[in-house]
Write a protein that binds this ligand. Sequence first.
Ligand code: AMP
Ligand code: MG
Length: 423
Amino acid sequence: MSIEKQPSCDDPFDSLLPVEEARARLAAALQSVSETESINLFDAIGRVLSADVVSPVNVPGFVNSAMDGYAIASSSIPTNGERQLKLCGTAWAGQVFDGRVEQGEAVRIFTGGLMPPGSDTVVIQEHVKATDESVIIDSDVQPHKNVRLAGEDVQLNQRVLERGTQLNAAEVGVLASLGVNEVVVFRQLRVAYFTTGDELCELESNTGKALEPGMLFDSNRYSLRAMLSGLPIEIFDMGIVRDNPDDTRNAMQKAARLADVVITSGGVSAGDADFVTQIFHELGDVSFWKLAMRPGRPLAFGQIGNAFFFGLPGNPVAVMVTFLQFVKPAIKQMMGLKKTASFTLQATCLSHLRKSPGRVEFQRGVLGNDEYGKLTVTSTGKQGAGRISSMSAANCLIVIAANVDGVNPGDEVEVQPFHGLLS
Ligand code: AMP
Ligand code: MG
């Protein structure tokens, strides 16, 4: 792997790396998993197809009724007035009517019922005067209505899903409709993470007790875990690593053996207690980026052995934002996903947002609709990188471009919503 090293913390010009440039460098450096496995569709939710799927069948497999009603031949529809048709039987869903529908005849049919030979139209029951033996239709009946054709959803031999597609609810539904019970997917990515810091306190060792002076709870391990848990990957929690070279080295070596991706928080600045970058340089091929973004300026990225490392900053909001902007797309790419780009929305900002030019800011916002249904966004308030509660108050990130020096109420802004509907 060759990772571009400029600009770095050693960069005499102290220039900042634009976010888009960092994204492009990551995308070029990462390698996706290549090993595959065949698994049951039930276990495949969220996984990524390693081969195209070609349909072995037509869906629907046969011509059937889209409504409850009466199957008739369109030649039975009167040109004017009404016509009485003889009722010959019933076609239930899953129970075929054993016979033909001739001109002047009708068969009671239910949604999904196979259209009997001779019929090509379903008259919905609301438009029919029916007795036990006959139905009366009129000239308003539309020929070929309420009928689903064989293969109108998916055709035999059609390439339905492409290699690199994530199997979310719609895709597993499609595969099930084809009768595909086993799918070939990329193996699960293994992702390890640990936090660093002498000030960090485990939650369980402190329940009910006051924190020692200078200590704080290790929230990053929980937010990292939560963000990872939405992905179809194997997760390894490696705990808290203290601020010394030996523990950092041991943890990094162990993580590199264990995982395809390793995420750390803290210790990536140039301070005396920041060992992540230092040991990272010692063990692997590393870039240290000073990103033109806020929160989350320092980011270490590189490889130790076959594992890709992301050294995220320590501040809780910076961890989440850098994870969402860089690590999550990287994991998706490494999972074999073809489409990793997400879209953004435009909303009218109702708040005044303070910002100085030079860096992209990812501010926390609350997305909603005004009385006309138009998207609006308001700020969650103070934007410090240590205020993790601002992430919880938010439902989106407001992305303010590097060259912009502030936002006024009424300005249009770009937002990244936290929630997608299906994926
Ligand atoms: P660092 O980058 O290690 O200097 O950390 C920057 C800031 O983030 C410091 O105020 C840390 O206390 C805080 N921080 C680092 N790691 C964590 C963590 N795991 N949970 C909560 N806060 C953290
Ligand atoms: Mg630290």
